[in-house]
Design a protein. Structure first.
Length: 285
């Protein structure tokens, strides 16, 4: 019987994923094999000649089958790195993207004093938890319409030892916040759904077949949720407060018009992502 080594599995599976049109096939193989063997990618590289035995091969083959059907790697491993933190994720939540780190970095660069911050649509808690880990004296509230997503967020907050500094609330956008004694914040941040339902067909199958629709789609123009947040946020912002939103490709002009049409905002600016796309908008009251 053939003895499979780490390098044999990497080479064979990479070619198999290529035939199934899997993006980043080599990376995915290394992540999945590392998950099965409980080794980092560096350890995988340092152990190319290590034999892989039947108990691990069976698990690995099952993961290969699921990945070839485009199940996201992060759902198969239940891990996603974000802001140098390890987050638990599963199909109940959107998988955090690197572009969202731009939003967090912007808040971290501008903070000067302890503030109150509201994270709308927290999902796995990536934004709220990343900020709580770095801003120990801030008060953070995070909401989501999905109770299942909040379960994941609470799990991640416990994991990163910041659960006592984040208040998780279930509700549609600002609804849950209305029950708080203090409903005003210095910052409101959100990575809301912003994909147009017309663009469903152009999304990768990894995304539209597996990630939760409620976290992706926002009407015909993709602006349904952003429009509501821009309209409602001033009621919950302190004077000189800031609203920070992640937005979609080609949405900056429409979002700017929505902000400028409201007398409640004094100005807005856009921050580009790593591809030069205006990805984050900052509006001040």
């Amino acid at each position: 019987m053939k003895i499979w080594r780490v390098i044999d599995l990497i080479q064979w599976t990479t070619e198999y994923f290529e035939r199934h049109n899997i993006p980043n096939p080599r990376l995915d193989v290394e992540l999945l094999l590392g998950h099965v063997l409980q080794k980092s990618r560096l350890q995988i590289y340092l152990n190319f000649d290590m034999p892989v035995f039947q108990e691990h091969l069976l698990v690995f083959r099952n993961l290969i089958k699921k990945r070839s059907a485009h199940t996201p790697v992060s759902y198969l491993t239940n891990h996603r790195e974000f802001m140098s933190l390890d987050f638990y994720v599963d199909s109940r939540v959107l998988i955090p993207r690197p572009d969202t780190e731009i939003l967090i970095e912007m808040v971290l660069e501008q903070q000067e004093r302890p503030c109150r911050l509201l994270d709308i649509g927290t999902g796995c808690g990536a934004i709220a938890i990343s900020l709580a880990v770095n801003l120990l004296d801030w008060e953070i509230v995070a909401t989501d319409i999905s109770a299942e997503a909040l379960d994941v967020a609470q799990r991640n907050a416990d994991k990163h030892n910041c659960a006592n500094r984040i208040t998780f609330l279930q509700g549609d956008l600002f609804e849950a916040v209305k029950e708080l004694e203090n409903t005003r914040f210095d910052w409101i941040v959100s990575n809301p759904p912003y994909v147009s339902i017309k663009d469903r067909s152009v999304l990768a199958p990894d995304v539209h077949n597996y990630e939760p629709e409620v976290a992706l789609f926002a009407g015909v123009d993709g602006l349904n949720i952003i429009r509501r947040i821009i309209a409602e946020a001033p009621e919950f912002l302190n004077p000189k407060g800031k609203l920070v939103l992640e937005i979609g490709y080609n949405q900056s002009r429409d979002v700017q018009e929505l902000i400028e049409s409201s007398a409640m905002y004094s100005d807005c600016q856009f921050i580009q992502d790593y591809s030069g796309i205006e990805r984050v908008v900052v509006a001040s009251t």
